[in-house]
Ligand binder design. Structure first.
Ligand SMILES: [Ca+2]
Length: 107
């Protein structure tokens, strides 16, 4: 019986440690998410559009990164582009011209 007790106790300790770890991760995400979500869509849009229009809107909106904002809504940042923002918040449906209109690009 003693041989079985030790693994059981170890298991409980491991499970508790995992629970604490998960709680810590959730706490961290809960702390950081409001800061990032605090950036409004319009402010992200204007900074990305500014970048794009400064080069005369050459190239695709899909090549302009929207830094520090989850534009495509997949829960992570860094793989997000202006086209995603145009699609998700301005109903552009992968249309580059629609994104140009959103940004007020010169024709
Ligand atoms: Ca993303």
């Amino acid at each position: 019986m003693k041989g079985l007790e030790l693994p059981t106790n170890t298991m409980i300790v491991i499970i508790l440690a995992l629970l604490v770890l998960v709680a810590l991760i959730m706490f961290f995400m809960g702390t950081f998410n409001p800061v990032k979500e605090g950036m409004s869509v319009s402010s992200v849009k204007s900074s990305a559009c500014q970048l794009w229009t400064s080069t005369g809107c050459i190239g695709e909106a899909a090549s302009i990164k929207t830094s520090d904002y989850d534009s495509n809504g997949d829960g992570t940042q860094g793989n997000d582009y202006l086209q995603d923002l145009c699609d998700n918040y301005y109903s552009c449906n992968r249309d580059n011209q629609c994104c140009k209109d959103v940004c007020g690009c010169p024709e």
